[in-house]
Design a binder for this molecule. Structure first.
Ligand SMILES: [Cu+2]
Length: 271
């Protein structure tokens, strides 16, 4: 009976680890160097914890097998072993704090704009991303490179001004507001994330980063895409009945295609 239970524990443990070992459900493609760092960190954590998990289950099965049989006489009272307890508590602390600090650097890189990794203003593509129930609107500053002011009384979805951009202001005249996002390849993109109503979350799985859009707060995300293609943007925060269809697309284009796209959007808006 004890052997049966031990074998069952081992089968369950290996069965749980198996899909991770053979990568049954691979992650989506990565389109930034940062995303690859996130994956490397994720894999390292998974390997370390996975090996410990398997060793622990192996030991558990062994203990069940060795000590789990009925024996005559009273059970011996065991008080534990302080030296071993100190050893594995310290080892676990060092391991988990270490992994946390390693992961923290990767995590912080995409979020803190004042870091050494921030590209100079003229080398960045800045896009304002505004979430609302249940669409995404992206604003580009236009030829002048400046976002115009927005006014709440100018917000009018039906008239094509969902963000309330002041079109009479010189900075706001050429602002481009579109439901899809395009960015040039191999250049840093800075997103300024906002919300018009409730919490939403900007998530592109291929970027391996996501951030809530919070009413009244501007969140920042930076990334440098290095693969041309079209990737899905999803809202990753349950924001209401239409949450499931709140999606858009991120198009990574060559600089040339991106410039053309921007011109085309500006012309479309002028009509
Ligand atoms: Cu949403």
């Amino acid at each position: 009976m004890a052997l049966l239970l031990a074998v069952l524990i081992w089968i369950v443990a290996v069965g749980l680890a198996y899909p991770f070992i053979v990568d049954t459900w691979p992650l989506p493609d990565t389109i930034t160097e940062h995303a690859r760092q996130v994956d490397a960190q994720y894999r390292l954590t998974l390997w370390v914890t996975g090996i410990i998990f398997l060793l622990a289950q192996l030991a558990l099965g062994y203990a069940v097998f060795k000590f789990g049989r009925n024996r005559p006489g009273a059970a011996a009272h065991v008080r534990g072993n302080e030296r071993w307890e100190i050893l594995w508590t310290t080892a676990a602390t060092v391991l988990f704090v270490g992994l946390t600090f390693m992961g923290y650097t990767v995590w912080a890189e995409a979020r803190f704009t004042e870091s050494a990794n921030r590209a100079p203003d003229e080398d960045r593509t800045i896009v304002e991303v505004v979430g609302q129930q249940f669409v995404w609107n992206m604003r580009y500053p236009g030829a002048d490179g400046k976002f115009g002011p927005t006014k709440i009384e100018l917000v009018d979805d039906a008239l094509g001004n969902p963000l309330g951009v002041d079109r009479d202001h010189p900075d706001g005249k050429d602002d481009i507001v579109v439901p899809r996002m395009a960015v040039p390849v191999n250049r840093q993109v800075e997103l300024q994330l906002k919300s018009k109503d409730v919490l939403h979350n900007y998530f592109v799985p291929e970027l391996r980063i996501k951030l809530d859009t919070v009413p009244g707060i501007t969140g920042t995300l930076r990334f440098t895409p290095d693969k041309i293609g079209t990737y899905e943007i999803v809202c990753s925060e349950l924001c209401g009945l239409g949450h499931y269809k709140m999606r858009s697309f991120l198009e990574v284009k060559t600089q040339e295609d991106y410039d053309q796209w921007l011109v085309a959007q500006a012309e479309f808006l002028e009509q």
